[in-house]
Ligand binder design. Structure first.
Ligand code: NBP
Length: 476
């Protein structure tokens, strides 16, 4: 009996995906560089379905029915390259290699081109939802040849999360598109978490609320417009008590945030594409600041200035924070979708933003009720210039705008850092401004570097001999 699919790389993600596949009735070939993980999986969960144990890559490939489908779940980077090479040497034209790791999309573009020259179908797929999602239904973002998706799609769709009967898996587009959208997904996750952190910090510092009270607020928010996995687990994280001290666990966790790199990749790509993904960038930089322990220690006695403006009406300010969080979240998603649109245009991927929002509604870390609104927005207008311009979001942000400004103003006068709230509001104000100081930037650039400027009243490019009394503008 041959396997419909094989999984190589049986650490936490790979073994949970293998179990998920087996539970859905597929026969799954198992392989791992070291046999211990394969045997541990079989010993602990071998009765969950039909698995084929293999020790070598050759046995693994031989255990697969044709066209062969092999899912790689090893560490991203060099390990993935070497496993792809091993597999490709043993496979035949028409076979499908799937990389489900968190690979950089440019690596996926390179790998897909190399495999397609050898007649192999290479599918780079984003998989979100962590280990729990891998086992019970992740959000899956496969990129690669359309014909590979025809045979692979039903299988991936069956193991993905489902929302209202719709699978959280769809073909994203060619080559690196799946890993690209997964990267931006992770970037949005960074922004979401930073915004939640700022909301928590404001309740703590501006309203001196207890951790349990803040947990209650997040619990309530989770039954409103902010309903989402991250808001839900924020309430749980805040409610957790430390077994040793009895304090809220959050108060004994060191305030230095780590990162594995996908947020940084998103920002680098945004810079290359020229898209102001400021919410995600602030989130990545906020983590970097938190981890600059030596500087933070040395800076503890820096002046604060006169701090003022503590809110007097607690309920009202909590409602303000709710509105600021929602509006800033809309900005973060608007920017993320702008980046996806720009990436899609740059690489000719033809990514459908509405379909993407649909598969992010379940399984993944950023799953949220809110995603339904994004699906609606793109269904009503596939060419929407910005999510902020969709009627629903336009109205929602406008309704919360005064609150958003109060929150940023209060944070500023009280000396509480809110980089993501504040920069999102500045982005919004920048986007809607009739005139920006960019005119001055152009003037300065022309002054020192003859970089030219355009005029509001006629076409063309102009350079001025600055400082001359007479009109010395020249058309370039
Ligand atoms: P890890 O990223 O920790 O990788 C461990 C696996 O890679 C083991 O099976 C290990 O084999 C194998 N491996 C390594 Br390391 N070097 C290898 C090499 N040179 N050749 C062959 N195999 C090699 O596992 P993970 O946390 O399960 O994640 C798997 C992938 O999924 C990663 O790309 C990750 O970024 C991505 N991902 C993870 C999550 C998550 O929540 N953890 C979520 C979404 C995506 P060994 O047992 O012999 O050492």
């Amino acid at each position: 009996n041959l396997a419909q699919i094989g999984v190589t790389g049986l650490a936490v993600m790979g073994s949970n995906l293998a179990r998920n596949l087996a539970r859905h009735g597929y026969t799954v070939a198992l392989h791992n560089r070291s046999i211990a993980k394969t045997d541990a999986l079989l010993e602990n969960h071998g009765d969950e379905g039909t698995f084929i144990r293999t020790e070598s890559m050759a046995d693994f490939v031989a255990a697969l029915e044709r066209p062969r489908r092999a899912l790689i779940m090893v560490k991203a980077g060099d390990a993935t390259d070497s496993v792809i090479e091993e597999l490709a040497d043993l496979m035949e034209p028409g076979d499908v290699i799937i990389d489900g790791g968190n690979s950089l999309y440019t690596d996926t573009i390179r790998r897909e081109a190399a495999m397609s020259k050898r007649g192999l179908n290479f599918v780079g797929t984003g998989i979100s939802g962590g280990e729990e999602g891998a086992l019970n239904g992740p959000s899956i973002m496969p990129g690669g040849p359309a014909e590979a998706y025809e045979s692979l799609g039903p299988l991936l769709e069956s193991i993905s999360a489902h929302v209202d009967g719709t699978p959280c898996c769809t073909h994203i587009g060619p080559n690196g598109s799946g890993h690209f959208v997964k990267m931006v997904h992770n970037g949005i996750e960074y922004a979401d978490m930073q915004l939640i952190g700022e909301a928590y910090d404001l309740m703590r510092k501006a309203l001196t609320m207890s951790t349990d009270e803040i947990a209650d607020v997040f619990r309530q928010w989770n039954s409103g417009d902010l309903e989402s996995y991250l808001v839900e687990i924020t309430a749980e994280v805040l409610a957790q008590k430390d077994a040793e001290t009895g304090k809220p666990l959050i108060d004994v966790i060191v305030d230095e945030a780590g990162q594995k790199g996908t947020g940084r990749w998103t920002v680098k790509s945004a810079l290359d594409l020229g898209i102001p993904t400021t919410g995600i960038a602030e989130a990545v930089f906020a983590r970097a600041l938190s981890s600059s322990r030596d500087q933070r220690t040395a800076a503890r006695d820096l002046a604060s200035g006169k701090l003022a403006g503590a809110p007097t009406d607690r309920d009202r300010f909590v409602a303000d924070i709710n509105a600021a969080l929602y509006a800033s979240k809309v900005v973060a998603y608007a920017q993320g979708f702008d980046q996806i649109r720009a990436g899609s245009a740059e690489y000719d991927w033809n990514v459908d933003p509405g379909a993407l929002a649909t598969i992010w509604r379940g399984g993944c870390i950023i799953r949220a009720k809110f995603l339904n609104r994004i699906v609606d927005a793109y269904r009503d207008d596939p060419d929407l210039p910005s999510l902020l311009l969709a009627p629903y979001f336009r109205e929602a942000v406008s309704a919360g705008l005064d609150s958003w400004r109060r929150v940023v103003a209060t944070a500023s006068t009280m000396g509480i850092p809110v980089p993501a709230f504040a920069s999102s509001l500045s982005y919004y104000d920048g986007l809607r401004a009739e005139r920006l100081p960019a005119a001055l930037t152009q003037g300065l650039r022309d002054f020192f570097g003859a970089h030219t400027y355009k005029r509001v009243d006629k076409p063309g490019s102009f350079h001025t001999l600055w400082g001359e009394q007479t009109r010395t503008e020249v058309e370039v």
